[in-house]
Design a binder for this molecule. Structure first.
Ligand code: KIV
Ligand code: NA
Length: 264
């Protein structure tokens, strides 16, 4: 695959072509995921749950994130590498700059932070210093304790209106991408239209510019209850390579996610 840049992804949005995002945390999976044509590899702080067995993403540290980002960078074959900034590592603009720099030096091409309009200042500072940023909105797992659980966000009129305003504000501040987790499909579609930057969705319906899943979820090996937005791509595949390829095809065709993976 040719090297994926922000330009590649904006061109996809303009042309109405969907792109694919998937998590990976090590060199071997980074290799097969990028070879399958996934445009963006997310080194997610979901590694706290998936790799470490924690029951939330809160215990994940900057050291964990730089270690896994560096591993992914070694195996990557041209995908864009997005690295999550872990809990409290971007609590102030100063901390944000320092910690984002460490992730970029470990091999990330873009960082992701969770929140809303309060992040505008940090987003601008990062952008001015050469660090692109994706803002993760809607269900933000690092805030599970203030949200009161892993619940769909933006269900009522006021919170939906606020989310649209915040998305536009963050684009103006210099965000290069947005990620919407667990928001009603209609709201996700509205936000996707309201901004020119690419919008990635998970549990956000089929109308976003891209989709993301946690690798171990789509391979069907995550223990416990499977969230509604997950599809096990191993069910119709003979091996991991074909499961990854089927995911890429399903996203590009718009056959994943279906209504059964989305919230109305
Ligand atoms: O950490 C992660 O894997 C994520 C995705 C669920 C979007 O943030
Ligand atoms: Na995350």
């Amino acid at each position: 695959m040719n090297k994926v840049t922000l330009h590649t992804l904006s061109a996809c949005k303009k042309a109405g072509e969907k792109f694919t995002v998937l998590t990976a945390y090590d060199a071997c999976f980074a290799h097969v995921v990028s070879e399958a044509g996934v445009e963006v590899i997310l080194v997610g702080d979901s590694l706290g749950m998936v790799l470490q067995g924690q029951n939330s993403t809160l215990p994940v540290t900057m050291n964990d994130m730089t270690y896994h980002t560096a591993s992914v960078a070694k195996g990557n074959m041209g995908a864009m590498i997005m690295a999550d900034m872990p809990f409290m590592s971007y609590a102030t603009p100063e901390k944000t700059m320092e910690n984002a720099a460490l992730l970029m030096q470990a091999g990330a091409h873009i960082v992701k932070i969770e929140g809303n309009a309060w992040l505008a200042e940090s987003v601008s500072l990062l952008f001015e210093r050469g660090i692109p940023c994706c803002v993760h909105m809607g269900l933000t797992p690092q805030a599970v304790n203030t949200l009161g659980g892993y619940k769909v966000q933006g269900r009522d009129r006021d919170s939906a209106k606020q989310m649209i305003e915040d998305a536009v504000r963050l684009e103006q501040a210099g965000a290069s991408m947005l990620l919407l987790e667990c928001v009603p499909s209609l709201l996700a579609a509205e936000i996707t239209q309201a901004v020119d930057i690419p919008v990635i969705g998970i549990g956000a319906g089929v109308e976003t510019d891209a989709q993301v899943l946690v690798l171990h979820d789509m391979l069907g090996i995550t223990p416990g209850r499977r969230p509604k937005f997950v599809k096990n791509f191993m069910e119709e595949a003979t091996d991991i390579h074909s499961a990854l390829q089927n995911y890429v095809i399903a996203v590009k065709q718009g056959s994943f996610p279906g209504p059964e993976h989305s919230f109305e």
